[in-house]
Design a binder for this molecule. Structure first.
Ligand code: FAD
Length: 385
């Protein structure tokens, strides 16, 4: 919809390759995944074979050795088609980079090839039932006992949670008595580890995305499953926040452009006595506002991608990108529903406007809610003087 300057010709051909795979292997089956509340496991392996996973991980570990633009192409193609059942970016751009950046050589060799090929599904578990926004309040415990780490506690709303072969768990590494002062560990937990119980959560938004509650009861893993240094988990989480927020901004912006295109098209098609609903000034103004926001957000998100490629993306700009792209998306989804009239409330398959509102609402919450983004930007304002 808007002119872009960040891509090279190879990204265009990757886009075609991804589109072809999604249109033939995912789109026709997605309604069933919505009903099942998850995608089948084999689609991950098919996605790996089609080159959709771990674009930025070096080839030595089974990845493609691309820069972040390879990931951007895939994230955008998924968002355009609303394919929430196969959110590859969680595996490709969050879980695998954690392992690549923090893992020992043994851990990289053990886990990365499987994540890159799709033979393994990965997840990351930070959020807990009493609140996900405040990472300082994590209470899941990781205690040392001999050469084992013993996990006790709960995690919730973990994407890929019930199907994951590998979960990166953030847990407090001190004893119970010093829960508030102790640092975090990032611990690798394999599926099937005794003491790990998983239950899928039934959601209204992004219903095909496997989202689960994880319970750890005396769940023991070897010391070697510690990812990075002990006690440094909070530092690691913070160091990954900007890329996580940028990924979510890229997704939200691509969804915005799709919804905008569909809304303008359907208003133009809806006949009235005056012509179409797009001929009314009241509707033009609503859409003009959203179009203006979307075009400004596009420039900003792309400038953040460029900054990330140059290694200079700061967390404040990543927060602004996530805040603006997701808030515009949310506002647009509500307008799209309004302008769809009664058709917007019809059952899935006939019109997606109601589902778009629910899916968009998630974007302003996950990976840090809009209010948390505002806190980060707000608390930095004195520095801009
Ligand atoms: C579809 C989906 C997938 C997810 N996937 C994962 C995953 O893979 N791994 C994972 O760990 N988590 C995941 N999450 C959890 C997600 O990151 C959290 O929902 C998010 O961080 C918010 O935490 P919360 O839901 O506990 O809300 P809370 O922390 O309870 O906050 C609720 C609301 O209170 C307000 N609020 C809270 N704190 C503040 C504050 N400091 N300042 C101002 N306002 C505040 C905000 O309006 C916020 O939206 C997922 C969530 C969803 C919906």
């Amino acid at each position: 919809m808007f002119k872009r300057k960040i891509f090279e010709p190879e990204h265009e051909s990757l886009g075609h390759q991804v589109a072809e795979f999604l249109d033939s292997q995912v789109v026709p089956y997605h309604p069933q995944w919505v009903a099942d509340r998850q995608a089948p496991r084999q689609i991950w392996q098919q996605a790996g074979e089609a080159g959709l996973l771990c674009r930025t991980i070096p080839q030595d570990y089974g990845g493609h050795g691309d820069d972040f633009r390879g990931s951007v192409v895939i994230i955008e193609e998924l968002a355009k088609r609303r394919l929430c059942g196969l959110l590859t970016f969680l595996q490709s751009d969050i879980v695998a980079p954690y392992l690549h950046r923090l893992g020992s050589e043994i851990q990289r060799q053990e886990y990365l090839p499987g994540l890159c090929s799709g033979r393994r599904i990965g997840a990351i578990a930070l959020t807990e039932p009493h609140g996900g926004s405040d990472l300082h309040a994590l209470s899941c415990q990781a205690k040392r006992e001999g050469d084992e780490i013993v996990l006790t506690g709960e995690k919730t709303h973990v994407s890929n949670g019930s199907q994951a072969d590998l979960v990166i768990v953030a847990a407090r590494c001190g004893g119970a008595g010093d829960a508030q002062s102790a640092g975090f560990d990032m611990v690798l937990v394999d599926a099937g580890t005794p003491g790990l119980t998983r239950n899928r959560i039934d959601k209204t938004g992004m219903p095909a995305l496997d989202t689960s509650h994880l319970q750890f009861d005396d769940c023991r893993v070897p010391q070697d499953n510690l990812l990075g240094a002990s006690g440094m988990g909070f530092f690691y989480l913070v160091s990954f926040l900007s890329i996580e927020r940028l990924v979510l901004a890229v997704y939200a912006q691509a969804m915005t452009e799709t919804l905008l295109h569909e809304t303008i098209k359907s208003c133009n098609k809806r006949k009235t006595a005056q012509g179409s609903t797009l001929d009314y000034q009241a509707i033009q103004f609503r859409l003009a506002n959203l179009y203006s926001e979307a075009i400004a957000n596009r420039s900003f998100v792309d400038s953040c991608i460029t900054d990330h490629l140059a290694g200079r993306l700061d967390n404040r700009n990543a927060c602004i990108a996530k805040l603006r792209s997701t808030e515009t998306l949310s506002a647009l989804a509500a307008v799209k529903l309004q302008l769809s009239g009664a058709r917007g409330f019809c059952a899935a398959g006939q019109d997606t406007a109601t589902q778009d509102v629910l899916d968009s609402a998630i974007q302003t919450i996950w990976g840090g809610s809009s209010e948390v983004m505002l806190n980060v930007v707000g608390s930095s304002l004195a520095n801009v003087l």
